[in-house]
Structures are given as structure tokens and as C-alpha cells.
Design a binder for this molecule. Structure first.
Ligand code: 7TS
Length: 405
């Protein structure tokens, strides 16, 4: 198995005891831990360069602006965007999707149009479209999920028709681990002139993402799931799409000129970035990209696949377990239900042994309903996790089965 355990030295937080036992952090799908390199980039910024961006002509402001815009270029390159102008900094995936569901939807959605989603979306790729549908009179449709946790693509040719105005789909499911065929879906959508948005929250930093190759119009992701600070993320928007869109928030930085009555606006990305941004967060996101690239995204992908396959194989032997999601090709997480324990009880038991799992509906309530479970327990991995930690999880889960049976 690919061994990246030397990287654990970069993560101060991993080296602690929780409830008297060494911490095993398997809640990476909720948020990843941060390496020293990213933490240091924040400290360095605040200690040496802190100033507002794009505003001053003084040295610190120039330095902050250079670092801020350099991060935009890094992010663009990291996800294969054609230009840094296609990267809008947001607070995260949720905000990116809401931007599109408000600005794009207000201009282009009308009554009777169809918004095509899937049955495995996170609430942040469901609720904004429900709101948009309510405002516009558009109708929601969903690509069904099969028992094996993949999308039912036999339904796609009927569902993806001329009435669909926008298709929004999760790249990697946070509750099943499914990696969706977003390239194929976007190709079909594009052929019909359907606008596409991909929720990349669980994909960026975990597998190679190239928005040009995927062929989507929008791609939203969060920095905090890929070693960057919380509160920062990005929305990729294809240049032609952004050029047609009205501003979102109004305020400083997004304008060309202002009179008391009216204003003219800058082009993207500034048009969509009103007010003082999270400058440190952006710089931290750039540092996270540097860090991940120094490991290599292919290496991260391979490690995740191997560790997950090992965990899946060991979990399958647990009495009374039901594992959700595809058995084969999947992202680095395993979600399961145990016959003997409610997920919340199991996660609390795990916590008493220093093991951080997540239990509940994972913000995918319709999907839980689809699989007829109140929730699941989820172990989600990142490159600093090890097979030895999976072994510790299994020891704890075996003890849990005895405890709850
Ligand atoms: N989309 C997916 C697929 C996600 O997994 C999440 C967060 C989001 C969107 C929202 O991201 P945010 O950064 O804007 O909050 N998922 C999870 C999770 O699985 N456990 O906690 C948060």
C-alpha cells in the first residue's frame, strides 16, 4: 500500500490523545486537517503582509494583492480552468452554488423550465435550487440512484431533454463515495444546450479535476476539505457564462464607477467579489494547492483508493453491517449501518476510544430515505491516514458490536 505516513509530521493536530487513546481522525469528508505549511502561510501573511487588496498603492497592499492574485492563478491551474478570471472566491461550495442559483437562475430560469438534479445531492446542491424553482416557477427533476449507489443512467435520455435548463450534479457523493461520470453527463447536457454545475466539494484535492475536460459551465468547491482554512472556496465559471451574468452582492471592489443613482460594474471575477475578501483564506488556499501538488494528486488518489479498498474489505467482515455505495471504484470514504447500533450511538462509542467518525444523514436526507436508513456512520480518509489506523478502527468497531449486541 502507498505509504504517505511521513506526511503526518506536517499535521500537528494528528499527534494527540483523545479520551486517553491516540486520535484517529476519519472525518475528512466534513473537513480535512491543515498542514504546518498552510498554517504558516496564514501567520506569515498576518505578521508581514497584512493589508487590504486592490486598494492601496503602498507596499503591504501590493504584496497582499500579489499573493491574493497568485493564489487565484494557482487555483485556476489546479482545476484546469482556461483563465484565472474564471475563478471567483467564495466562502465555500455552498456559497458558490447559491451564487449561481441566485444570479444565473434569476436571469435565465423561467416558469416551466426543468432543473435536473440527482437523488444523491448534498443539501447545498438541493435547497438553493428549490429556492430558485420557487422564485421562477421552474420544476425540479432528479436522476434516480440505483441500489449500488450509482446513478441510474438508463433514465438519462428521458430526463435530459429540451425542457431542461440546468443540470446540477455532485462529482463525488459525500454519503456514498460514488464518483459520478460528470464528463459524460456534461457532454450530453452540452449537446442539448443545458447549463451545467458540478458540486466538487468532495472531489478537488482528492482526485484530478480538470474543468475543461469535464466540460461544465460551473464547478464549486471548498478549500477546507483540501487542507485549506475554513471559510474559503471557489466557484469556477466558464468565461462566456460569467460574461452574461449580473452582479450578486453590491459594494466595493465590484464596481467600475458609481454615481448616486447608478453604477457600472467590473468584469468577472471582481464583479462577483464585493467587499473585502478573506485575503488570508485565499492565501491559505494557495498554500494548500502548493502542498497538495508537492505530494501529487495522482499519489493522493492512489493512496485513497488503496486505503478505502482495505477498509471496505475489513468492514465487510463486521457482523450485521450494511455498507452503502459502490463496492468497486469509489472515493475515499466508507459509510455503513450496523444492525446493533444507531449511528449516533456508534459514533459516540468510537469517540470514547479517540476515533473520529461522523454519524447521521450527512446533509443528504433524501438519499437516506432512498436507502431506508435513518443515517449512517461514515469513515472518511485523507492521505495522512494509514492502514494501521483502519486496523484500530476495526478493533473499536468489533468492541462496539459486542457492547451494543
Ligand atoms: N457538497 C458536498 C458533496 C459536500 O460533501 C459538502 C459538505 C458540501 C457540498 C457543502 O460544503 P461547504 O464547505 O459549503 O459546507 N459536506 C459535509 C459532510 O459530508 N460532512 O460535513 C460537511
Amino acid at each position: 500500500m502507498t505509504d504517505l505516513s511521513h506526511l503526518r509530521a506536517d499535521f500537528p493536530i494528528l499527534h494527540q490523545q483523545v479520551n486517553g487513546e491516540p486520535l484517529v481522525y476519519f472525518d475528512n469528508a466534513a473537513t480535512s486537517q491543515k498542514p504546518r505549511q498552510v498554517i504558516a502561510s496564514l501567520t506569515r501573511y498576518y505578521e508581514q503582509d497584512n493589508a487590504n487588496v486592490h486598494r492601496g498603492l503602498h507596499e503591504l497592499s501590493n504584496r497582499a494583492t500579489d499573493a491574493f492574485e497568485a493564489a487565484r492563478k494557482k487555483v485556476a491551474r489546479f482545476i484546469g480552468a482556461a483563465s484565472a478570471d474564471e475563478i471567483i472566491f467564495t466562502r465555500g461550495t455552498t456559497e458558490g452554488i447559491n451564487l449561481v442559483a441566485q444570479v444565473w437562475a434569476a436571469q435565465f430560469l423561467k416558469a416551466g423550465d426543468v432543473i435536473l438534479l440527482t437523488g444523491m445531492e448534498h443539501h447545498s446542491n438541493l435547497v438553493p435550487w428549490q429556492l430558485a424553482a420557487r422564485r421562477s416557477g421552474a420544476v425540479l427533476r432528479h436522476i434516480p440512484v440505483l441500489d449500488d449507489g450509482t446513478l441510474d443512467l438508463t433514465a438519462i435520455d428521458t430526463l435530459l431533454n429540451g425542457q431542461v435548463k440546468l443540470m446540477a450534479c455532485v462529482h463525488v457523493s459525500n454519503s456514498l463515495g460514488t464518483i459520478n461520470p460528470v464528463r459524460e453527463l456534461c457532454a450530453k447536457a452540452r449537446a442539448l444546450g443545458v447549463t451545467t454545475l458540478i458540486d466538487g466539494a468532495q472531489a478537488v484535492g482528492h482526485l484530478p479535476v480538470n474543468v475543461l475536460d469535464i466540460g461544465c459551465d460551473f464547478y464549486a468547491f471548498s478549500g477546507h476539505k483540501m487542507c485549506a482554512p475554513t471559510g474559503i472556496g471557489a466557484l469556477y465559471g466558464r468565461a462566456e457564462m460569467l460574461a452574461t451574468m449580473q452582479p450578486w452582492h453590491g459594494g466595493g471592489e465590484m464596481i467600475e464607477s458609481v454615481t448616486l443613482e447608478t453604477s457600472t460594474y467590473k468584469a468577472a471575477p471582481q464583479r462577483f467579489e464585493a467587499g473585502t475578501p478573506d485575503i488570508a483564506g485565499v492565501i491559505g488556499l494557495g498554500a494548500a494547492v502548493d502542498y497538495l501538488e508537492s505530494i501529487g494528486i495522482e499519489t493522493i488518489l492512489r493512496h485513497g483508493a488503496e486505503l478505502t479498498a482495505y477498509a471496505m474489505q475489513r468492514l465487510a467482515a463486521l457482523p450485521g453491517i450494511r455498507i452503502l455505495g459502490p463496492l468497486g471504484d469509489r472515493a475515499s470514504l466508507a459509510a455503513f449501518a450496523l444492525a446493533c447500533a444507531h449511528p449516533h450511538d456508534l459514533v459516540e462509542f468510537a469517540n470514547t476510544h479517540g476515533l473520529a467518525l461522523r454519524g447521521g444523514h450527512h446533509c443528504t436526507q433524501p438519499l437516506m430515505k432512498r436507502f431506508k436508513v435513518p443515517g449512517t456512520s461514515r469513515a472518511s480518509f485523507y492521505f495522512y491516514n494509514t492502514a494501521a489506523e483502519v486496523d484500530r478502527m476495526m478493533d473499536i468497531l468489533h468492541r462496539a458490536v459486542i457492547f451494543f449486541s
